[in-house]
Ligand binder design. Sequence first.
Ligand code: DAH
Length: 330
Amino acid sequence: MTNNLEAQLLALQQEGEKAIAAAETLERLEELRVSYLGKKGQLGALLRSMGQMSAEERPKIGAIANTVKESLQTSLDQQRTTLEAAKIRSQLEAETLDVTMPGFYRPQGRIHPLNGIIDRALDIFVGMGYTVAEGPEMETDYYNFEALNTPPDHPARDMQDTFYLPDGNLLRTHTSSVQIRYMEKEEPPIRVVAPGRVYRRDNVDATHSAVFHQIELLAIDRGLTFTDLKGTIKVFLQEMFGELPIRFRASYFPFTEPSAEVDLQWNGRWLEVMGCGMVDPNVLKAVGYDPETYTGFAAGFGVERFAMVLHQIDDIRRLYASDLRFLQQF
Ligand code: DAH
């Protein structure tokens, strides 16, 4: 009986160690642990028959059973360590990075010089409390001219040669039309800046384009004066160009009274950079504002002109050619 049990225990140990050493996965190893050492495992089953043993036999078999158990546990632990190490090794191998492989070249995008100028200008005005607004490029005569104090027979219409559409509408010649649209929707006080495309029947050359960009500026409030206009323009131009001399030169626009042109001293020459003035009372009346209560100032300037000056661009057409050799310089 005893010898038989002893032989069985030793056979179990041998068989178990062989199976454990042959286990190729951690899952298989766990199966073996349960099968040999688990609560309902083979070792337990053998030991349960100890109940029929005599008191002298019992400690001897118990000691052997313990050795078998320890030995199997040690084998399991060793095999587990081996399999875990192998698993990590194979993961590392599968995930190997070849740091000498050439990377993917992703061409870097750039901001177009015109958008760069628009972004900077809007930033400056937003910093002064202005809101950004936009209006349609196809306009009615009313928003582009009439509401801006420029009736049909007004000679100032010749200042801007207009593209008319067959239906009587037109392509806006300036962003000043956004002044009217914005004032119709909003009530004073108003601080608004409006960027956008404008169209003129100009022959294209180094300084003219039939499509270009403007930024419009409008402030309406109680008690605004020409001083406010000058201060605002000065801050803006100095942020844009640096601390350069500027001058206000009397001029004419139908929608402002008085009107001025702003010159900037650039490389020793006076350069005209924008038009401006106090909003004409007729413009305020056109949108239902009382000119006795409100005054305001407005200004407009060409984005291309700013870009050409700031980036020393000699031909306006370069801004539209999409030539990478040009664009990559920004
Ligand atoms: N709209 C004018 C132009 O296109 C520019 C301009 C001048 C805008 C005076 C204004 C202004 O708002 O007050 O030439």
